[in-house]
Design a protein around this ligand. Structure first.
Ligand code: PAF
Length: 295
């Protein structure tokens, strides 16, 4: 394995600086993850490797973004497989710190406040989640900063966590972080299910039932592409007809503000940009998915 594993911020700084000098690199990419990696993460890593001379991936299960202690404990830890996957994509360095490295004094007193964009959708179901996620993303973006001040710096986030991506973009813009945020499209299995670390908790019947999420999104997408009114009600009814699926939300929103788009996209042909968001519990597992609209 060519990939290197470091566990402290000091090692990360030293090793990334060494690699940048050795490769005479002019760009550094950061791929923040919580591990339990799948093909969606592989695509993030591959994109970063294509676009940068040095690529660092972080693996850190961030306690601040979990509501229930049991969810944090249950989160899969698969370091060896994660390292192999990242190595196969050509990632140079993995930063996998223990909790005490990231939060040496226990939970931080000062955190990022994610504001109104986090009040709805995932934020409404998971209070405090986005403050915790943005706080660690801010720290990771600092840890991953290239030592050569003039080197380009990019960070890679999956489109699947659409609200997180919107919030990270806002944080970077509002607080002047010196990094370019790159969004990487969702990876789906052949039958349409969006890849997620949580899919491993679905039974075979639940996995089958979960396909209704991407089917409903596809219905709306097809309507938009055909410049027809978005028939959200039929798509919602399709999801609600599946007994193993408890729908939380299904909406077309503005991709920048995450506000629902005017009711009229139900009655008049859809034009412009939108983002269809869906979240549902399938058995015990909460799943999210989305599809961008641009017509
Ligand atoms: O999307 C994730 O995996 C996490 O929320 C992130 C961005 C690594 C922060 O912990």
């Amino acid at each position: 394995m060519a990939i290197q594993l470091v566990t402290t911020a000091a090692q990360l700084r030293a090793e990334s600086a060494r690699l940048l000098t050795e490769k005479r690199g002019t760009s550094q990419g950061l791929v923040p993850t919580m591990g339990a990696l799948h093909e969606g993460h592989a695509r993030l890593a591959r994109t970063a490797v294509e676009q940068n001379d040095v690529v660092v991936a972080s693996i850190f299960v961030n306690p601040l973004q979990f509501g229930e202690a049991v969810d944090l404990e249950r989160y899969p830890r698969t370091l060896d497989a994660d390292l192999a996957l990242l190595d196969a994509q050509g990632v140079d360095l993995v930063f996998a710190p223990p909790v005490e490295e990231v939060y040496p004094g226990g939970e931080p007193m000062v955190r990022i406040t994610s504001g109104a964009l986090a009040d709805k959708w995932e934020g409404a179901s998971r209070p405090g989640h986005f403050d915790g996620a943005l706080t660690v993303v801010a720290k990771l973006l600092h840890y991953g900063l290239p030592s050569a001040g003039e080197a380009a710096y990019r960070a890679y986030f999956g489109q699947k966590d659409a609200q997180q991506l919107t919030l990270v973009r806002r944080m970077v813009a509002d607080l002047n972080f010196p990094v370019e945020v790159v969004a990487v499209p969702i990876v789906r299995s052949e039958d349409g299910l969006a890849l997620s670390s949580r899919n491993r908790f679905l039974s075979a019947a639940e996995r089958e039932a979960a396909l209704v999420l991407s089917r409903a999104l596809r219905l709306v997408e097809e309507r938009a592409n055909a410049h027809e009114p978005l028939d959200l009600d039929s798509a919602r009814a399709l999801v609600e007809s599946q007994p193993l699926v408890a729908l939380d939300y299904f909406e077309v929103v503005d991709p920048r503000t995450l506000e629902p788009l005017a009711e009229n996209c139900r009655e008049t042909p859809f034009r412009g940009e939108g983002l269809v968001l869906i979240a549902a519990k399938v058995g015990p597992v909460r799943l999210i998915d989305n599809v961008p609209l641009d017509s």
